[in-house]
Design a protein around this ligand. Structure first.
Ligand SMILES: [Zn+2]
Length: 143
């Protein structure tokens, strides 16, 4: 089993030193993020695996940076000067999960996916904003 470590962006930057993106002085994350296309991604790919980090959407709706190359749900890349230790996955949380309601198009922050799970458990494809009083009462019974 790989070691799994969570840290915040500042902590990771202090430890691994993310490199400045010289292709684009207006790059995201204060000039540190590399894009997923063109010369920028080619440059990322030319780096050793253990210095590549992928920024992307997590399964829970939040966004994260993970150590290592990846391409599923990618939003960008980072390159660190210091390699990530072997057999270790580092996860950096960038933003909290958001809940998107298919029914009314509402979007709101849902840090622990509590709201999503509550409605899912009840089999309702709705959110607190568009659920009826009866449905909300039913949800309170589910909890
Ligand atoms: Zn809704």
């Amino acid at each position: 089993m790989d070691n799994f470590i969570e840290m915040d962006f500042e902590e990771a930057d202090e430890k691994f030193h993310f490199m400045v993106n010289n292709y684009d002085e207006n790059a995201s994350f204060n000039g540190l993020m590399f894009e997923t296309y063109g010369d920028e991604v080619e440059y990322v790919k030319s780096m050793p695996q253990n210095r590549i980090w992928m920024y992307g959407d997590g399964d829970d709706g939040g966004t994260y940076i993970w150590s290592g190359w990846g391409f599923v749900n990618r939003l960008g890349y980072f390159i660190s000067e210091v390699p990530c230790p072997e057999n270790t996955t580092i996860q950096i949380k960038i933003s909290e999960p958001w809940h998107y309601c298919e029914n009314c198009d509402a979007e709101f922050e849902d840090p622990d996916n509590k709201i999503r799970d509550m409605f899912d458990d009840a089999g309702l494809e709705k959110c607190p904003a568009c659920a009826t009083m009866e449905e909300l009462k039913q949800l309170e019974g589910v909890k």
